[in-house]
Design a protein around this ligand. Structure first.
Ligand SMILES: Nc1nc2c(c(=O)[nH]1)N[C@H]1C(S)=C(S)[C@@H](COP(=O)(O)OP(=O)(O)OC[C@H]3O[C@@H](n4cnc5c(=O)[nH]c(N)nc54)[C@H](O)[C@@H]3O)O[C@H]1N2
Ligand SMILES: Nc1nc2c(c(=O)[nH]1)N[C@H]1C(S)=C(S)[C@@H](COP(=O)(O)OP(=O)(O)OC[C@H]3O[C@@H](n4cnc5c(=O)[nH]c(N)nc54)[C@H](O)[C@@H]3O)O[C@H]1N2
Ligand code: SF4
Ligand SMILES: [Mo]
Length: 768
């Protein structure tokens, strides 16, 4: 049996309807309600939805898009509602459930089935050689982890993975614990997500965060939406873009797929969205080849330089460039060498299309570039981001209203977790502050990121894996290698709300530690607690759960981490773990002293809506070594598949949340009741001798000549860019080699996998 993922995928009943051009509107509300009521029932649905994204309510765990200052009564979208209801579900996974299902049976179940079983209710252990998980008390469970950690030859044989679901308080304590224990091995989902943004922005601007606010989006003359599917993944971004349009701004979308929300949006919060035709979003849509964005921005930059030549003093912002940047001359000399021939091949666009964009750029004073995984998960993701920064710098589009960089984050607190020190390469100044505050010597050597962590487990250099708030085995690339790596551990620990495949891929001993979710009320010794998060635009605010916890045996993440730290590090010591567990305000007091920008944290976060962390770029301060923004020369790079091959991107359906499908549909793309599908342009299909609905295997070819295979995918003729293919993650993670990573950021290249499509069970199948 192949190790690559569950073997009992739900039945393939593929039905295809026309892709949608309009996002949201009344159907979105109906779909959200249907899912919420089925999961959580009317009472819990009402309690969660009414408080979702309200100033004193639950921060939506759906994505990191910020909340507007003036909130509606219904300040959430279809997918946010589905996401919080999935957590608020009334279904429960009990000890009887684990007694009835051996681990190897659970291991064959689909991701969808595992999630549908409901909330975890008590700690469970799979002991060495056992076939089942069995109940275990909290004390004994944490004792097992502490004993394993203290018995390791070196703290660097342990790693602590997190996703951006973790709140600030728990994140701060987790990194503090890991470092007090002795390791910087803090891989996180960022490594697979926006790491390229952090790398590219850090190098050019000195800070790896976005610079814009919601008001900037509203006021911009031109917003680029590049490599992003907001209709599904950041739905309320469409309300912001609607505002841009109503204020006379333009939107240009760049994507290999004609995604629904990019064209038209019916705002379900507004009467005009319910009865009208909705708002047109993109004024221009560029159906780009995967990986062509670097070439696109390089040509836009060349055109700006040439426009300046033609009308000196009218195009570039010379004052800005002189005052705030370095590297312009070398950059400009290189930009002039970019050729149309290269750019048209790399992008698949026409010269007229690119010249039309250029004209719009010239007509726009204030420009914002937004992006997500379509840029970051490519081999040359970091150069692409550096190039779009240069594009903005040329006309001084940073640090003034309506202009700037906007990497649109995924997990609701992924940005906050980094701010709190969840980073395997955290700067020394952070470690210095930690050392001073808690009187210990944190380790200085960089830790493992996600890819390095898998290599370390695979090679026997890491033996204990602790995962908090994610599903590492399904999120990571090269599923077979990742699974074998985890199975080789002496201990795997998952701190989770719901069952997922990381619980069925076990080390010699495996623990499931169930925890409160965002929507659950959190009461500790000092009373009811709230937690804090930071969104994609650096707004820090409270989140307060409302529901009765899914089980009386759940502990909060803060409590689990504090107790584990106490058990592992022993009593005494300068870190008051017990106090932290009793009163999260005491954690925030320490954050205020360690993390810049969090001064008077408790007072400032008590204000409804919280506060915004300053981005120095907006005051003309660039924390780079030179103190200036940097123009970087990027060599042209693009993806050129060999004949007969396509560039496969692995993405999200409308009805999934990261590794967890909520349903078998992808509503906006018109795909129903199937996930093992691959979308390909009909002209490519004709060239490959394939037809719509053919059953194929996806075979990825890697530079060392090795191949990886994902079997049994149904072809769907789809208006995708020529030469590209698209299929869902995590089913296709098996195709991405562990060593296939982005330069500098080490992010798996989930959007640039070279594949061929072989008739399923055909001649090639035996060779695999
Ligand atoms: N409902 C829902 N919301 C989510 C999530 C979810 O799973 N479900 N996940 C959250 C997380 S963690 C994240 S990181 C974000 C992800 O948000 P997105 O980045 O929007 O997510 P993907 O589904 O990976 O979609 C990538 C988009 O980039 C396009 N693309 C692919 N390759 C290229 C390319 O080379 N160039 C260009 N220009 N475009 C390209 C794809 O066609 C697709 O539209 O969403 C967050 N929000
Ligand atoms: N091929 C491919 N691979 C990818 C991507 C891609 O586009 N293509 N995208 C990458 C990206 S952008 C990301 S962010 C990663 C996502 O990777 P992860 O963040 O690791 O995965 P999730 O699916 O978000 O994790 C879901 C699990 O989190 C747990 N959980 C949910 N809420 C809570 C909570 O409040 N507390 C705790 N303790 N647990 C909770 C539940 O048990 C649930 O099963 O995947 C990456 N992998
Ligand atoms: S846009 Fe994101 S944060 Fe806002 S309600 Fe939707 S899923 Fe939640
Ligand atoms: Mo992400």
């Amino acid at each position: 049996m192949s190790a690559s993922g569950p073997t009992e995928d739900p039945r393939d009943d593929l039905r295809v309807t026309a892709p949608k051009r309009v996002a949201a509107g009344v159907p979105a509300v109906a779909h959200a309600m249907e899912y919420s009521l089925a999961q959580a029932g009317p009472r819990r649905t009402l309690l969660t939805l009414l408080s979702l994204n309200q100033a004193e309510g639950i921060d939506c765990p759906g994505c990191a898009w910020p909340d507007p200052q003036h909130r509606h009564k219904n300040e959430y979208c279809e997918n946010g509602a589905k996401h919080v209801s999935d957590e608020a579900t009334t279904r429960r996974v009990t000890r009887e459930f684990f007694a009835a299902h051996p681990v190897d049976e659970l291991d064959r179940k689909s991701d969808l089935w595992l999630n549908q079983q409901g909330r975890l209710t008590e700690p469970m252990v799979k002991r060495p050689g056992a076939t089942h998980y069995e109940p275990i008390g909290w004390d004994e469970a944490l004792g097992i982890v502490a004993d394993e950690l203290t018995a390791l030859g070196s703290p660097d044989e342990a790693m602590f993975y997190t996703s951006g679901r973790l709140n600030n308080e728990a994140a701060f304590l987790l990194q503090l614990f890991a470092r007090a224990y002795g390791t910087n091995n803090l891989p996180d989902c960022s490594n697979m997500c926006h790491e390229s943004s952090g790398s590219g922005l850090g190098e050019t601007l000195g800070i790896g965060k976005g610079s814009v606010s919601l008001d900037d989006i509203h006021e911009s003359d031109l917003v680029f939406v590049v490599g992003q599917n907001p209709g599904t993944n950041h739905p309320r971004m469409l309300s912001a873009l609607e505002e841009t349009k109503r204020n006379g701004g333009k939107v240009i979308a760049v994507n290999p797929l004609p995604e629904a929300g990019l064209f038209r949006f019916k705002n379900p919060q507004k009467a005009r969205g319910v009865v009208g035709r909705g708002t047109e979003i993109a004024d221009q849509f560029l159906k780009i080849r995967p990986g062509g964005d670097l070439a696109l921005f390089q040509m836009l930059n060349r055109l700006l330089l040439e426009a300046e030549d033609a009308a000196p003093g009218t195009v570039l912002d010379h004052d800005y460039i002189a005052a705030h940047t370095t590297g312009f001359d070398a950059f400009a000399a290189h930009a002039r060498t970019i050729t149309w021939e290269h750019v048209l091949t790399a992008t698949g666009l026409t010269r007229a299309e690119i010249e039309q964009v250029h004209a719009q750029v010239l007509a726009s004073r204030r420009i914002i570039v937004c992006w997500a995984m379509g840029l970051t998960q490519h081999k040359h993701g970091v150069p692409t981001i550096r190039e779009l920064v240069s594009f903005l710098l040329l006309r001084g589009n940073l640090g003034r209203p309506g202009a700037g960089v906007c990497p649109v984050r995924g997990h609701s607190n992924v940005q906050g977790d980094r701010t709190m020190g969840i980073w395997e390469r955290v700067p020394d100044r952070f470690l210095d502050a930690l050392a001073a505050e808690f009187d210990f010597a944190p380790p200085r050597a960089h830790g493992y990121d996600s890819v390095a962590g898998v290599r370390a487990m695979r090679d026997g250099r890491a033996k204990v894996f602790v995962g908090v708030a994610g599903n590492f085995v399904r999120a990571m690339s090269d599923s077979d290698v990742t699974e074998a790596a985890l199975r080789s551990c002496s201990l795997t620990v998952q701190i989770s709300t719901k069952l997922n495949r990381s619980h069925t891929v076990c080390g010699e001993t495996a623990l499931i530690l169930p925890t409160l979710g965002r929507s659950d009320r959190d009461v500790q010794a000092s009373g009811e607690q709230f937690v804090t998060v930071e969104d994609s635009m650096s707004e820090v605010h409270q989140s307060r759960g409302r529901l009765a916890p899914a089980s009386p045996h759940l502990l909060s993440e803060v409590a689990i981490i504090s107790r584990l730290a106490r058990r592992t590090l022993g009593p005494g010591g300068a870190i008051p773990w017990e106090d932290f567990e009793a009163d999260y305000a005491l954690v925030r007091d320490r954050i205020a002293r360690v993390v810049p920008g969090f001064e008077d944290f408790n007072e400032r976060v008590a204000v409804p809506g919280g506060f915004r962390l300053p981005n120095p770029v907006n005051s003309g301060v660039f924390p780079t070594p030179s103190g200036k923004a940097v123009f970087v020369v990027n060599q042209p790079e693009w993806i050129e598949p060999p004949a007969g091959h396509l560039v496969l991107q692995t993405l999200r359906s409308h009805d999934q949340w990261n590794t967890i499908p909520y349903a078998m549909n992808d509503r906006y793309r018109g795909i129903h009741d199937a996930r093992r599908i691959v979308m390909v342009n009909p002209d490519d299909l004709a060239e490959l001798g394939l037809a719509d609905r053919d059953l194929v295997d996806l075979v990825s070819v890697w530079t060392d000549g090795s191949e990886r295979r994902a079997e049994g995918f149904r072809v769907v003729a789809y208006p995708a860019a020529r030469g590209s293919a698209a299929s869902y993650y995590p089913e296709t993670n098996v195709l991405v080699p562990l060593d296939s990573v982005a330069e500098i950021s080490n992010t798996p290249t989930s959007k640039g996998v070279i594949v061929r499509l072989e008739p399923a069970g055909g001649a090639g199948a035996a060779a695999g």
